[in-house]
Structures are given as structure tokens and as C-alpha cells.
Write a protein that binds this ligand. Structure first.
Ligand code: XLS
Ligand code: NI
Ligand code: NI
Length: 437
């Protein structure tokens, strides 16, 4: 059997004292934290597109990375070799999950029927590799943004024939996800948006998008696929304005169209910051509304205005993310998918290991720190105490509908100026720093 990453046998956990760059210092999969193992909490997934298909191309130049599984000229041979390399990588790294787009795993042919035959062939291979390694599918998705037919959108396209093509593609991708036992299925509206309102009917496009989502959730039930459906928000890129702008925008769309029961959100860190929110904000919004589904774990760059999709290394981010996820009850079908890519100069296959090791350790640290914060309960009781008035008679009367504007005016006339209290932001920030060790 050909080996694609011969320089690595497996990535061990060696703990804090280790100086071995090819070992985990924090991620110890079997170790229990708050009653569950780290692996069960974190549910790490490797994404197929950036990790195996991205070779470092950018708008100014082609790829810089040469991979042993890319050497052949026949595209289906490359697809098969890539799938074998991917599972070798998952196993050696020690992740339990992977994610893919249809077009990552098999090259598109001249017509849909042949494209689907290619997909079936590759998915047979993926199924046997899953069986062999125990690695599972976190979610699948369809690429409805690369092919030129989707230049004006997929379901939001002015042409119903393009809508039909996109539907055919999602139908197949959902069947394949089902066949591979996927825990979920993602919709990221890559070109569902617009460049100029001079040629766009926004009301119509929103209706088309809603219809598409209904069709998808009906088909899901028809084939008996029980995985979770997700929408992944992103405010811009590739289009100037994407409809799935943020978690709140997606929430409004789901509610308006009677889809809120069927979907949850897949929050991506870098998409949150592009929307002018923090990763923490987007997670907290979803947690507050029962929408927290899965996470595309990556990070942007403060100084760059696009989706740089870097590997997550910021311990504040991973801590606040895990704090929010744990307090929301943890992942069920979802997990932490590294939707992240190597920088263009990181050309060696070993760089894929370094990138994922660092990201997994960053989240393992975040998990431990968040667990300690939850166990101590200081932040929780601070927040609770801050709102305690809502549990007292005045607050209860307001919430219970007993006090209207007249009663509230009477209260204010009687009681005068309300007592105001410090928000203690600096104290809380200092406290947080004490946990981050
Ligand atoms: C792109 C998105 C994409 C989705 C899956 O910005 O993050 O990778 O996660 O289509
Ligand atoms: Ni993503
Ligand atoms: Ni992204």
C-alpha cells in the first residue's frame, strides 16, 4: 500500500513538557473533562477542500504545493489517490471526522449522469476507508459556487434551469452523505447574493432560496436521512452581499419561511468577523436561540478584509468559544471542522500536520480553561447577579404582564432615581486572564 505521509506514523499526546512539534501538548483524546472525553467534546473534523485540494493558489499566482497524490494525469486516479491519502492523514492525525463538497472528492464530468457515476465510485472507496479506519463523516455539502453556471447564484439564480441543476446536485450530495452515515449536511450560499441591485430582484431571490431549502428538507425526510441540516452564514465573498449574512439574518430567514425547526447554524469564525461580529458573538447568538449546530474553526486576520481561513491558534477565541458551546450543552451532531488552509509558503505535506496539531491543541486548551471557568462559576454568578432585579417583584411584574406603562410610571414617581451599578468589565477581563494559563 502506497504511503503518502511516510514521515509520520501517528501524532502522540506527550503533554506540556514535550518539545516535539509532532506531538500534542494539550489534546489528550481519552482524558475526561466535565464527564466526557476530550474527543467526545471536540469532535474534530478535517476538511477535504483546503487540506487536500488547495495547493496554495491565490489571485496572483498558481499553487505552490506539490503533493504525491496529485502526480497522475488521469483525474479519477488522482481522486482515488487523494481519498486514500486523506484517510491516511485522518488516521495518523487522530481525528474522528471529515467533511467534503461533492466536487472535492470527484472531478465534474461533461454531464450530470457521468459526474454522478464518478461520485458513486469515489464514495464506494470512502465508505470502505471509513469502515477500515473508524473515521466518520461530520457533514457533506454540494459545491454550488465554482462552476460558471452558478455565476449568478444557484437557488437564487434568475434562471429556473440553474435552480434545477443545483437541486439535482444537492439531491445527489445528500444521498451520498446519507450513504456515508454523515451526521449533518451543510448549506453555504457561496453565490447566493448579488453584485448590483440594478440587475437583482431581492424579494424574488429570497423566495427562491426558501423554496430550495424546503425542497431539501423534504427530500431529506423522503430518503430517511436523519442528519442535522445547517446553514453557514457569511456576509460577503464571493458576492459583494450574501443573503446568509450572519446568524441573526439566517435566523430571521428561517423563521419567516417556517424552516426554523429543520435547520441549525454552522458558525465559521472568520465569517463572523467579516460580518463585523466576533466568533464569540455568533456562537452566543446561536446558543441563545437554540440554533447552535456546528463550527467551522478557523481565524481571520485583523489587517486583511477577506476570508483568510487561517488555522485557529488564539487561546482567547478558543476559550470563549468552548465556554459558550459547553454552556449550551455541547455538540450533538456538530463538531469542530477545520475549514482552514495553509499559507502559500507552507508547501510541505508535514505542514498539514503542524497546522492541525496547533489548532487541535488550541481548542483542547480552550476546552480545559472553559471547563475550569464553568466549574468555578464566577462568571456565571456575576452575570446572574447583574440581572437579579428581574427575579424580584418589579422585574416579575414587568415580565408577567402585570405592570404596564401606567404602573411603571407610578413606580418611578414613588421610587425616584434608580440605583446604578458598575459593569466591572476590567475586573472580569482580569479574571479571564487568570484562567488562561
Ligand atoms: C467558504 C465556506 C465553505 C463552506 C462549505 O467560505 O466556509 O468552505 O464551509 O461550503
Ligand atoms: Ni466554512
Ligand atoms: Ni470560509
Amino acid at each position: 500500500m502506497k504511503e503518502y505521509f511516510p514521515e509520520v506514523k501517528s501524532i502522540p499526546f506527550e503533554g506540556l513538557e514535550s518539545r516535539n512539534p509532532l506531538a500534542f501538548k494539550h489534546y489528550n483524546p481519552g482524558e475526561k473533562v466535565l464527564g466526557k472525553t476530550m474527543a467526545e467534546h471536540l469532535r474534530f473534523a478535517v476538511c477535504y477542500w483546503h487540506t487536500f485540494k488547495n495547493l496554495g493558489a491565490d489571485p496572483f499566482g498558481p499553487g505552490t504545493m506539490i503533493r504525491p497524490y496529485n502526480a497522475e494525469t488521469d483525474p479519477m486516479t488522482v481522486a482515488e489517490e487523494t481519498m486514500r491519502a486523506a484517510f491516511e492523514f485522518f488516521r495518523k492525525l487522530g481525528v474522528d471526522f471529515w467533511c467534503f463538497h461533492d466536487r472535492d472528492i470527484a472531478p465534474e464530468a461533461d454531464n450530470l449522469a457521468e459526474t454522478n457515476r464518478r461520485l458513486d465510485k469515489i464514495v464506494d472507496l470512502a465508505a470502505s476507508l471509513q469502515e477500515e479506519t473508524g473515521v466518520r463523516l461530520l457533514w457533506g455539502t454540494a459545491n454550488l459556487f465554482s462552476n460558471r453556471r452558478y455565476m449568478a447564484g444557484a437557488s437564487t439564480n434568475p434562471s429556473p434551469a440553474v435552480f434545477a441543476y443545483a437541486a439535482s446536485q444537492v439531491k445527489k450530495a445528500m444521498e451520498l452523505t446519507h450513504r456515508l452515515g454523515g451526521a449533518g449536511y451543510v448549506f453555504w450560499g457561496g453565490r447566493e447574493g448579488y453584485e448590483t441591485l440594478l440587475n437583482t430582484d431581492m424579494r424574488r431571490e429570497a423566495e427562491q432560496l426558501a423554496r430550495f431549502m424546503h425542497l431539501a428538507s423534504e427530500y431529506k425526510k423522503e430518503i430517511g436521512f436523519t442528519g442535522q441540516l445547517y446553514i453557514e452564514p457569511k456576509p460577503k465573498e464571493p458576492t459583494k452581499h450574501q443573503y446568509d449574512f450572519s446568524s441573526a439574518a439566517c435566523h430571521a430567514f428561517l423563521l419567516k419561511n417556517g424552516l426554523a425547526e429543520e435547520f441549525r447554524i454552522n458558525v465559521e469564525a472568520n465569517h463572523a468577523t467579516l460580518a463585523g461580529h466576533s466568533f464569540h458573538h455568533e456562537l452566543a447568538y446561536c446558543a441563545a436561540h437554540g440554533l447552535l449546530g456546528s463550527v467551522d474553526a478557523n481565524r481571520g486576520d485583523l489587517l486583511l478584509g477577506w476570508d483568510t481561513d487561517q488555522f485557529p491558534t488564539d487561546i482567547y477565541d478558543t476559550t470563549l468559544a468552548m465556554y459558550t458551546i459547553l454552556r449550551a450543552g455541547g455538540f450533538t451532531a456538530g463538531g469542530l471542522n477545520f475549514d482552514a488552509k495553509l499559507r502559500r509558503q507552507s508547501i510541505d505535506p508535514i505542514d498539514l500536520f503542524h497546522a492541525h496539531i496547533g489548532a487541535m491543541d488550541a481548542f483542547a486548551r480552550g476546552l480545559r480553561i472553559a471547563a475550569a471557568m464553568i466549574e468555578a462559576g464566577e462568571f456565571e454568578s456575576f452575570v446572574e447577579n447583574r440581572y437579579r432585579g428581574w427575579g424580584e417583584p418589579l422585574g416579575q411584574d414587568i415580565l408577567g404582564g402585570k405592570a404596564g406603562f401606567r404602573e411603571l410610571e407610578r413606580y418611578t414617581l414613588q421610587n425616584g432615581e434608580p440605583e446604578i451599578r458598575s459593569g466591572r468589565q476590567e475586573m472580569l477581563e482580569n479574571m479571564l486572564n487568570e484562567y488562561i494559563r
